[in-house]
Design a protein around this ligand. Structure first.
Ligand SMILES: Cc1ncc(COP(=O)(O)O)c(C=O)c1O
Length: 380
């Protein structure tokens, strides 16, 4: 099977159901897209409905092109200046803007991507005519060594690093990112850290705060942080993200962005979403309980599980790549969709990525896995 035929993202059951000869309307538990199972917040449909009633004024107005309210809310939460925030149409647009900015400053020069990771970095580079240097980290621990990375940078003037990383769930420590920033400053190479999953690092009694990169923004002008609100608040259909950087970088990245790129309803949602402390607390409580429980459950089934600081786990069958590959259709037949790894560099289908769901979904995932393993469908 060619990797081109596999869907590039989670949450796309149709091509997989077709590939494995299953009915396209089969009800599925989706453990392939990594979203907060507690969201969207319960008040959100009412909030949207109120704005769509009586003349739908919210739809008949252009949004503020500078998104001042949304940026102020993000700046307050992250402890940065509003001028250091660019609101984007999901984390995906923030990735594209980082590539666009690089293409404007250094057309045609290479970009380094720390692999295996999210496919959109390479796609954004291709769209902007930027060659890519893939810096592969090796299983079983995918250890990131800043010195080795910088030695392999070649002519690259931009590096994409995902933290915690999709699909491995590993979190490069702040100390290592700091070292990378010191080394790249000397070479004039920007560092883009995609923190789309940073809101799921918690579940550790507040330790995660010590690992925050936002304080580094004022020390390193070549650092760009990318964030997604889509995943944290379960809004993949509405889309919200942002970019944090030095003022000038935000200005230059903003110049690459289409006007009014974020719709007015999504932009107006930023402040109330960030103000919802109750949702944040429930998310934290879910992580504390469910992440270790699912990890233990997966290991008890005999699977090799990557320890994860995100809301997903990378797993593989001890029988190897083909045994792991066979688990995907076996789970699909049992009504559970998981994420293949055919398109992740160096993983080549030898692992599966499983999203952390609520208690009931995790139980269902474990039971489908147990069934598939017992039936020998993942056996070598
Ligand atoms: C690492 C990473 N960054 C960014 C995104 C895009 O996020 P959004 O849906 O907010 O555009 C994704 C989506 O899967 C992702 O995995």
């Amino acid at each position: 099977m060619s990797s081109q035929e596999w869907p590039l993202h989670g949450g796309q059951p149709a091509p997989l159901l077709t590939r494995f000869g299953l009915a396209d309307d089969m009800p599925l538990l989706d453990a392939s897209a990594n979203l907060n199972p507690l969201g969207p917040p319960a008040w959100l449909p009412g909030w949207l409905a109120a704005r769509l009633q009586g003349g739908a004024e919210a739809l008949a107005r252009y949004p503020d092109p500078d998104y001042r309210d949304a940026r102020a809310a993000i700046a307050a939460e992250d402890g940065v200046a509003p001028e250091g925030v660019l609101l984007t149409n999901g984390g995906a647009e923030a990735i594209t803007l980082a590539a666009a900015l690089h293409a404007r400053e250094h057309p045609g020069t290479p970009v380094a991507i720390v692999e295996p990771t999210f496919a959109e970095y390479a796609r954004a580079c291709a769209a902007h005519g930027l060659p890519v240097i893939h810096l592969g980290l090796e299983p079983p621990d995918f250890r990131f060594d800043p010195e080795a990375m910088v030695d392999a940078l070649g002519e690259a003037r931009l590096i994409f690093l995902c933290r915690p990383n999709n699909p491995t769930g590993t979190l490069v420590s702040r100390a290592r990112v700091e070292r990378l920033l010191e080394l790249t400053a000397e070479r004039g190479c920007r560092v883009v850290v995609d923190e789309a999953f940073i809101d799921f690092v918690g579940g550790d009694g507040g330790q995660a705060a010590n690992e925050a990169l936002t304080p580094l923004l004022s020390r390193f002008e070549h650092l760009i942080l990318l964030r997604s609100l889509t995943k944290r608040f379960t809004l993949p259909g509405l889309r919200l993200g942002y970019l944090l950087a030095a003022r000038e970088t935000v200005c230059d990245a903003g110049a690459c962005q289409p006007a009014w790129s974020v719709n007015g309803l999504a932009a107006a949602l930023v402040a109330p979403l960030l103000a919802d402390r109750e949702f944040a607390e429930r998310t934290e409580a879910w992580l504390v309980t469910e992440r270790p429980r699912l990890q233990t459950g997966l290991a008890a089934l005999g699977l090799e599980v990557m320890p994860s600081r995100a809301n997903f786990f990378l797993v593989r069958h001890p029988g190897g790549r083909e045994a792991t590959r066979r688990l995907l259709p076996a789970l699909l037949r049992r009504g559970v969709l998981v994420r293949h790894t055919e398109s992740f560099m160096g993983l080549d289908g030898g692992w599966l990525r499983l999203a952390l769901g609520d208690a009931a979904s995790n139980k269902r995932l474990l039971s489908a896995l147990a069934g598939a393993l017992e039936a020998g469908e993942g056996a070598p």
